[in-house]
Design a protein around this ligand. Structure first.
Ligand code: FPP
Length: 258
């Protein structure tokens, strides 16, 4: 049993809650929202929020790994984020360089393997190199997979998968009637995660309650937890609170078991 102190957001009451170690979500996906608002509330530039958000990634990656999470997927940059001001985009592109440049030894120490999903060939060369080096440096780690969604979009991912299946049909390698959910799933950017490709728990911070084009196929049966705090304020305790909420749910996958 993992126990943690939970403060009720409405009443302020503090209680010790227990997490069921046997029911830790194997795959957690997080939409890390609210960096900009966190900074604005402190009269800081938006990029200060992203920097603090990067530090939160370090804390949360280690916490998730210690709790026994198998895959932690983080939405770091969407295919739509290019619409932001150039200075902010440039800063976001430098973050992986900074992050991996300082954090890879810690990742190795914690046996965490880095994976990246997204259209990485469109990223600046330095970002691509940082990502490539981190994947290489952690390739022998056998613990949690830390999966960054970088220049990722859920609809684009599905379109790419469909194009690939269409090409196989056109080449006479695939019968259209053989296309099923499993075969489409094999074309997605999460396919190498095998049985773990679908998140059990999806968390979004900052009070927004939408998917923003994140893992549209894979979250079909995920449990959603929306939290009111901004990403830079997220930490081990709030992760445990989200997992606690998850553990109160009854997943039925469309069936009737309770
Ligand atoms: C959303 O907040 C956050 C992002 C678009 C970027 C997320 C990136 C990080 C947390 C750092 C990632 C770190 C690595 C290592 C790649 P927002 O800017 O949309 O916030 P707002 O809605 O308050 O404006």
């Amino acid at each position: 049993m993992f126990s943690f102190l939970n403060k009720d957001q409405q009443t302020g009451e503090v209680a010790e809650l227990q997490l069921d170690e046997q029911n830790i979500p194997a795959h957690i996906a997080i939409i890390m929202d609210g960096n900009g608002r966190w900074a604005q509330q402190r009269h800081l530039p938006r990029i200060a929020g992203h920097k603090q958000g990067m530090n939160t990634v370090k804390t949360v990656a280690k916490a998730a790994s210690h709790l026994g999470v198998k895959v932690l997927t983080l939405y770091a940059f969407s295919t739509e984020n290019w619409k932001r001001p150039t200075a902010e985009v440039n800063y976001l592109m430098k973050l992986p360089v900074d992050f991996f440049g300082t954090f890879v030894p810690d990742l190795v120490k914690n046996n965490i393997r880095v994976k990246v999903m997204g259209y990485t060939d469109q990223l600046p060369a330095a970002t691509q190199k940082a990502v490539h080096d981190a994947i290489e440096d952690t390739k022998d780690c056998t613990g949690m997979v830390l999966n960054f969604a970088l220049n990722y979009g859920g609809r684009a991912e599905i379109v790419t998968a469909v194009q690939s299946l269409a090409q196989q049909v056109q080449a006479g390698q695939l019968d259209p009637t053989a296309i099923d959910e499993a075969r489409l799933g094999q074309q997605l950017m999460t396919s190498d995660l095998g049985d773990l490709q679908d998140p059990d728990l999806l968390i979004r911070t900052s009070g927004e309650e939408r998917l923003s084009n994140f893992m549209l196929w894979q979250v079909a049966y995920s449990e959603f937890v929306f939290m009111d705090l901004h990403w830079p304020d997220f930490d081990q305790t709030t992760l445990e609170q989200a997992i606690y909420q998850y553990q109160q749910r009854h997943r039925r996958f469309g069936g009737l078991t309770n």
